[in-house]
Ligand binder design. Sequence first.
Ligand SMILES: [Zn+2]
Length: 357
Amino acid sequence: MPESPLELLDQIEASALSALGAVEAEDSLEAWRVAHLGRSSPLMGVFDRLGGLPKEERPAIGRRANEVKRLLESALAERAALLRQQALERTLLGERLDVTLPGRARPRGRLHISNQTLRQIYRIFAEMGFQVYRSRDVETDEYNFQLLNFPPHHPAREMQDSYYIDTGTERGDNPVLLRTHTSPGQIRAMRELAALNPDNPPAVRLILPGMCYRYEQISARYEIQFTQVEGLAIGEHITFGDLKGTINDFGRRVFGQGVRTRFRASHFPFTEPSAEVDFECFLCNGAGCPVCKYTGWLEIMGCGMVHPVVLQNGGYDPARYTGFAFGMGPERLTMLRHRIEDIRYFWANDLRFLEQF
Ligand SMILES: [Zn+2]
């Protein structure tokens, strides 16, 4: 036991400071505070016993006890600050920013593959003097069918089961529908141009692209929406030879200089005569392969000379003007070129498909 209260205070101070030096974690500081500065600590025992000491000893011991108390309090504060600083340094060290890590790439958008194909088609026909003409997706029966020489109950309408729109009014023979092909744009464009000069309508050189809609049973080959692109040329003295020359030139620019084409007689209500155009298979050069189903040919488009009734409906006198039209599907062209086997990929918005192009 210490000789005197002053010696006891020296001991309390020394042991408390050494215990504090051994505290390594911030959350152990409170235990130290309770043990060395708390109500039951030896230091507080000295204060408690102060009253029982001889009167002449009390001031010196009281002063010394207060001094030890202040000293321990400030040592505690210092230790707490030190431990906090060390903890912070450990955290910073452990979570150090590694600037050599590659950043997260920001995904970049791009044109849809159908639009890429469309733009290539625009470029080719632009070089031949054709301009792009856009028209509405929502059409009337009159523009979608009747003016294109599909009268009501015409059997060719059966090929284009349509999405009709409930307009809330009785429209008789002229209901509203989502266009089933881009051809109504032919009438709109012709009428717009003919209105500029009804007696001498200007020549027409147009490409009509856009989304079309048909009520199809969806399968790998059929979708209810698809893009179409048509061409329309009207003027004086335009012949079937001009049509063949234009399409042959298009084929060479898309599939290569040596590609052959063949025209097969066909029927469309809005052209007469009409033809289907096959291009020599660009994969096997005509030898036969799975893509061309071993025929050596790929069906790419339909075409024909604009029907006199359609010219008339567009405001062009069929006795003076002739013209040709052709149409194709950018999706089909894309499927052939990239060997895509399911048309449903185009509008399914699956990035795994879209990012490949
Ligand atoms: Zn082939």
